[in-house]
Ligand binder design. Structure first.
Ligand code: VNL
Length: 387
């Protein structure tokens, strides 16, 4: 006969184990890693705000379970992001990782996703190669080749013959320079010089002097979100606009996070990108209104990438009833849905985003600067994957 106290002890243990498992399976955790401090802090602030909005709108539930978001600050440092990802996967048992504000960070963290079979949704970083760094990576942001090619075509069609390119000297900058220049040359243009500035603490004065001396019809620029305002100020101070040099850029430079304070120098700047706070769809109008009711700033493309990233994960969890791993990965591949930016597809094969790319011009709308869309290329796949 088994002594009564043993049975009681076993029951108690079983009870603890059962209620522990219960508590665990009732709550699903998603780990978000973003820069909340340092040079890219605005990216973390936008992503954090967008996720709070998503949680309020969705009721914080997916697959019939409560979802908890664990948001971590990597300060823009790759080693920190990698360590945080490891902790989130091992200790917190997150079903998915999301965020990733800079390309080197996404690339450094990719092996953690692969080893632990944890889906990793890149909502910000935008170098073409990222989705190839792990079969568990999906992307809801964009790629630089995706937004650079159409602008090169627009320039060639609009009497721009000679350009200089200027990019931040790392992954997305290399992509922007390469794909813009290739397409521009193919359309009969010439590229007088290819200039680069460091990612950390760039000084635009020397390169802008060089651009002035080269006197191109236009300067094409890519800089990561957060550097646009400083660049624009110096572009104006050095009189490049007055010298008749047109400014063309990816939308990262006329970022909605900073655009309102850029002043008249930004007027008329032509950019290409996948999102503008001025996108005239009913869904975007509601998104911007809801976002601004919660925050004192406008949503930018980082906010939309994160909001769509949450939606992608939540819909996936609805399908898997809260399970992660390969089941969640499969449930996220091939999703098609309407975003505040327009309709998007997560290509099942590449796991990268297919989306419309808009050509926009900075204009004053009701007294405020906005990127006003005037042309669109539909359903653009990342040209970086076509080679
Ligand atoms: C990246 C690309 C970062 C575009 C950005 O802002 C951006 C990246 C922080 O891949 O590192 O606007």
């Amino acid at each position: 006969m088994i002594p009564r106290r043993h049975i009681l002890a076993a029951l108690a243990l079983g009870g603890v184990a059962a209620s522990g498992a219960q508590a665990q399976s009732d709550t699903i955790k998603i780990g978000v890693i973003v820069p909340m401090t340092g040079q890219q802090a605005s990216t973390g602030r936008q992503i954090d705000a967008a996720i709070k909005l998503w949680m309020a709108q969705s009721g914080g539930k997916a697959g019939g379970k409560k979802v908890e978001i664990l948001i971590k600050d990597d300060g823009g440092v790759a080693d920190t992001s990698r360590r945080l990802a490891q902790e989130l996967v091992v200790n917190d048992k997150v079903v998915a990782l999301a965020g990733f504000g800079l390309t080197p960070i996404a690339l450094a963290t990719a092996p953690i996703a692969t080893q632990s079979k944890t889906p990793m949704v890149v909502t910000a970083a935008a170098t073409s190669i990222i989705t190839e760094a792990s079969p568990y990576i999906l992307r809801t942001s964009f790629t630089l080749p995706q937004v650079s090619v159409g602008l090169a075509e627009w320039a060639a069609k609009n009497k721009i013959r000679k350009v200089v390119t200027l990019v931040a000297d790392y992954g997305p900058g290399n992509d922007a320079e390469k794909y813009f220049a290739e397409r521009f040359l193919l359309n009969g243009g010439t590229v007088a010089d290819k200039l680069r500035t460091p990612l950390r603490a760039p000084d635009f004065a020397p390169v802008l002097q060089k651009v002035r001396d080269l006197a191109p019809d236009a300067l094409f620029v890519f800089l990561p979100s957060g550097q646009g305002a400083q660049f624009m100020k110096q572009f104006g101070e050095r009189g490049l606009d007055k010298a008749g040099i047109r400014l063309l850029a990816t939308g990262d430079v006329t970022d909605d996070d900073q655009l309102a304070d850029m002043g008249d120098v930004a007027l008329g700047v032509v950019t290409s990108h996948h999102y503008s706070a001025a996108h005239p769809s009913p869904m975007n109008k509601k998104f911007v209104a809801d976002f601004q009711a919660m925050n004192k700033f406008r949503p930018n493309f980082m906010a939309v990438g994160a909001w769509d990233g949450m939606r992608l994960i939540f819909k996936g969890l609805d399908t898997t009833k809260g399970a992660g791993g390969d089941a969640l990965l499969a449930a996220m591949k091939g999703q098609i849905f309407e975003s505040p930016r327009g309709s998007i597809l997560i290509d099942a094969q590449s796991r990268d985003i297919v989306q419309d790319v808009y050509i926009r011009k900075v204009e004053r709308v009701n007294g405020q600067l906005y990127n006003v869309e005037f042309d669109v290329q539909k359903a653009v796949k990342d040209p970086g994957k076509l080679k």
